[in-house]
Write a protein that binds this ligand. Structure first.
Ligand code: DGY
Length: 429
């Protein structure tokens, strides 16, 4: 393991993908600003340029919608290399954006950035302004996407970030393909088509976009009319952790209203997470709000749930499940277990390992003291970049680099692992 060299490479990638006020996830495949990419990447910046880390979040929140939503893509500069582009979304925002959201990891990231400021006074006003925007986004979830349990639903697979997860297969059958205007995918000209979602899935992604556009991007109507409404434990865990983080930061900055509203929201959601627990699967499961039934699919969203402060017994059981997954794959953590029929080693979220998820799972397992599993997750992550470069994702059996290369958030996570999990990396298990 070569810490110095890995860190140098990681920082160079982040600088290369830096467009001044935002970073692109990678050149070519993703030429704009993506929401959760930016938030996770800001953590990487914080170790060598704290000001730049804040700017990343500030640029993202400058495109927050009036109703509070923070879109998943901000199209800062025209670029023909991506589909669906602004002509498909037509959201009529000052800077063009998509019309759906993404996992709300900003609250967590912001709180981390502020903790890392050596001169807090210098950043307090910026942190406060961002906190207000983050809180507005959290309230948007509560207003538009929560049911009585407080848990929130996604209305498009892209919102989860796990675009083609096996978790969505059944619900996706409800999404039609008729009437979708012919289109040309651009992702498959930048990345190996065998690593990407299928054409059939793309037609359904676009059907949903066209449907939401036909509703005038009215988030109230979208939440009612989408045939795809899933409660994803990973997504909810990220929101819960971000709400707790917002409460912590608000406490520090003396924003008592945000503090108590965030605590109330996070606590209610956290107790409702129990509704998603499956003892049989040893993990949390998604819930389909349209068919009103659990989704019996053991994908990584149900393991990522430990990013929220769930009970110790749950953390322990999830750690055991991850160990079992690790018995049949060289690299943790496969996004779908290799023992399942739908496992597809190199295809996006149907098997590959993603360092951002590894990072959030490791963060969650820490609260349960699951040192052995954490050690394996972080060493596997560093082994992957050392043998296969800073790819978007990797085959869990072969370590094959997949998707885009020189990837910003992979670089950011390497910086995080070396700084936040240093003792886990050096510990001999
Ligand atoms: C893509 O284009 O692959 C994204 O995941 C959608 O945001």
């Amino acid at each position: 393991m070569n810490r110095t060299k890995d860190l140098q490479k990681a920082e160079a990638i982040m600088r290369k993908n830096d467009r001044g006020r935002y970073t692109v996830p990678t050149h070519g495949l993703y030429p704009f600003q993506w929401n959760w990419d930016s938030c996770l990447s800001s953590l990487g910046f914080s170790h060598f340029d704290i000001d730049r880390a804040f700017v990343e979040l500030e640029t993202l929140f400058a495109s927050q919608w009036n109703d509070g939503m923070v879109p998943h893509i901000i199209f800062h500069e025209p670029d023909d290399g991506y589909f669906p582009n602004t002509d498909v979304w037509q959201t009529d925002q000052p800077v063009p954006t998509s019309g759906i959201t993404q996992p709300p990891v900003a609250g967590f990231a912001l709180c981390e950035l502020y903790k890392r400021c050596t001169n807090k006074a210098l950043f307090a006003d910026r942190a406060r302004a961002l906190l207000v925007s983050v809180h507005k986004w959290h309230q948007w979830f509560a207003n538009y996407r929560a049911d009585a349990s407080g848990l929130v639903a996604i209305v498009h697979p892209w919102e989860s970030g796990r675009d083609n997860s096996v978790d969505w297969d059944r619900a996706f059958e409800r999404v039609p393909t008729e009437g979708v205007k012919p289109f040309v995918r651009r992702d498959t000209s930048h990345a190996n088509p065998d690593h990407r979602p299928t054409d059939e899935q793309y037609k359904r992604y676009i059907w949903l976009v066209e449907k939401f556009r036909s509703l005038g991007w009215d988030n109230r109507e979208i939440a009612i009319q989408s045939p795809f409404q899933i409660v994803d434990p990973g997504f909810n865990a990220i929101l819960i952790r971000s709400c707790f983080a917002a409460a912590e930061l608000a406490g520090e900055l003396g924003e008592s209203e945000i503090q108590s509203a965030s605590m109330t929201m996070a606590s209610a959601m956290l107790s409702s997470m129990e509704l998603l627990w499956s003892e049989e699967f040893g993990q949390y499961l998604c819930f389909d709000r349209v068919s009103n039934e659990p989704v019996n699919s053991p994908s990584i969203g149900g393991l990522l749930a430990v990013f929220a402060p769930v009970p110790q017994a749950r953390i322990h059981r999830v750690a055991q499940t991850i160990e079992t997954i690790g018995q049949t794959t060289r690299y943790l953590v496969a996004s779908h277990p290799s023992t399942e029929a739908e496992f597809d080693e190199l295809r996006y979220w149907r098997g590959p390992v993603w360092l951002i998820v590894n990072y959030m799972i490791a963060q969650g397992l820490r609260a349960g003291g699951e040192d052995k599993v954490i050690h394996r997750i972080v060493t596997d992550s560093i082994d992957l970049i050392e043998t296969s470069g800073f790819a978007e994702y990797y085959g869990p059996i072969t370590g094959t680099p997949c998707g885009g290369d020189t990837f910003t958030w992979t670089a950011a996570m390497v910086i995080e692992f070396f700084n936040q999990f240093d003792s886990d990396l050096s510990q001999a298990c």
